[in-house]
Design a protein around this ligand. Structure first.
Ligand SMILES: Nc1ncnc2c1ncn2[C@@H]1O[C@H](COP(=O)(O)OP(=O)(O)O)[C@@H](O)[C@H]1O
Ligand SMILES: [Mg+2]
Length: 373
């Protein structure tokens, strides 16, 4: 562990407190910030005031060592800190365009869409691409992959790595998979992630899916607020970890495709407002025959736009690469071929229409959950 991050490097934190904290899974100064005073008090049985003092000290300490920014900073400093933001290429031209270069660190990116829309394939692709050197659009970093649906497949990692001319064995080695069996376990994994992130230079954390287990375990209206509270805790922690450790966080969220199957808005992300309000970026994936559409829904600085992509051996792919020869990817700089313009247009029109409908129904049904949140 970096010397600066040791709990006992904080003034007034002796062996007893250190012990108390590490018993509760808080192993370093970063963890203190990530968990926050309320939770620290809860898990250690400390007085709330004491916990506040310790967390404030931790914050001060990290400011002094230059690891995080002060509470009041000039826009210049914010701008400087944003210069540290890394981007992970998606391995495609189309999605890189949508994300303006790639998936950002210090941010939570939510990907929502119906079953089979490519969320898991996207996450697998990123888990490979983040390992590329910086000169090739990666961050030369490792991955923490929280798998809640048992859909992580090392075989897919191998073929994606091969398609990108990377050594599959090395790539597999740098992905740490945490299989979560229930929502409490999923939360625990994140709570204990600090040292793992540091030791393995993790630059990407995937929660696939972030919401599924919470949804399955908390059924019915009576438990809604409880579910949202727990989910809120998980998602906030994810986003704080992304900020403090300067890594990218990607959370997937499934929406129902058919209005007949379940009650409620068919195309609304299950996580409701909780995930949406916490994410920095939100992308909507949609099936369109064999192709897929990705739409940037909410972003502080991206225009709302959409692109077409494909799924194949190489994970998420540019349409022209996928159509060329399954599994073979052209060099990234290859010039874009004309893609039958009328197909693209008709698909886009259709999405714009459905997007309008969807936004409207999302507004209508938001009230219920926001009241209970
Ligand atoms: N090896 C592969 N080659 C081509 N397409 C694949 C491959 N593996 C999965 N897919 C595509 O990915 C789809 C599943 O995507 P997935 O990411 O699991 O969806 P989601 O996580 O959104 O439910 C499948 O329907 C299939 O079209
Ligand atoms: Mg999936």
């Amino acid at each position: 562990m970096v010397e600066d991050l040791r709990l006992d490097s904080l003034e007034g934190v002796g062996p007893v407190t250190t012990r108390k904290l590490s018993d509760a899974g808080v192993h370093n100064v970063m963890d203190l910030i990530v968990r926050g005073p309320v939770e620290i008090a809860e898990i250690t049985g400390m007085e709330k005031e004491t916990a506040e003092k310790i967390v404030n000290k931790a914050r001060q300490h990290l400011v002094e060592t230059g690891l995080i920014s002060r509470d009041f900073v000039t826009a210049t400093e914010v701008y400087k800190r944003r210069q540290d933001i890394g981007k992970i290429t998606t391995g495609t031209n189309c999605l890189d365009t949508l994300f303006d270069g790639g998936i950002e660190t210090q941010a939570l990116t939510e990907v929502y869409g119906e079953f089979g829309s490519g969320k898991t394939q996207f996450a697998h692709t990123l888990a490979v691409m983040v390992q590329k050197p910086k000169s090739e659009g990666g961050l030369d970093g490792g991955v923490l992959y929280i798998d809640t649906e048992n859909t992580f497949r090392p075989e897919r990692i191998v073929s994606i790595a091969q398609a990108h001319e990377m050594d599959p064995e090395k790539v597999l080695d740098r992905i740490i998979v945490a299989r979560a069996y229930n929502s409490a376990h999923q939360t625990l994994i994140l709570e204990e992630a600090g040292p793992v992130i540091e030791e393995n230079n993790i630059k990407l954390i995937v929660a696939d899916s972030a919401v599924g287990l919470f949804r399955a375990e908390y059924l019915g209206r009576g438990t809604l607020s409880n579910r949202q509270q727990k989910l809120n805790h998980f998602v906030h922690m994810l986003s704080r970890i992304a900020e403090t450790y300067n890594c990218a966080a990607v959370a997937t969220n499934q929406v129902m495709a058919s209005p007949d199957v379940f009650f409620g808005d068919p195309t609304r992300p299950i996580g409701g407002n909780v995930v949406a309000h916490t994410s920095t970026y939100r992308v909507y994936f949609k099936k369109s025959g064999k192709k897929r559409i990705a739409r940037m829904v909410d972003s502080p600085h991206h225009p709302e736009e959409e692109v077409l992509f494909a799924l194949g051996e190489a994970g998420v792919m540019d349409i022209e690469d996928a159509e060329k020869k399954p599994g073979k990817k052209t060099a990234k700089k290859a010039t874009k071929k004309d893609k039958e313009p009328d197909t693209v247009e008709s698909v886009e029109l259709e999405t714009v229409e459905s997007a309008k409908l969807e936004d409207k129904s999302a507004e209508d049904s938001d009230d219920l959950e926001s009241m209970e949140e």
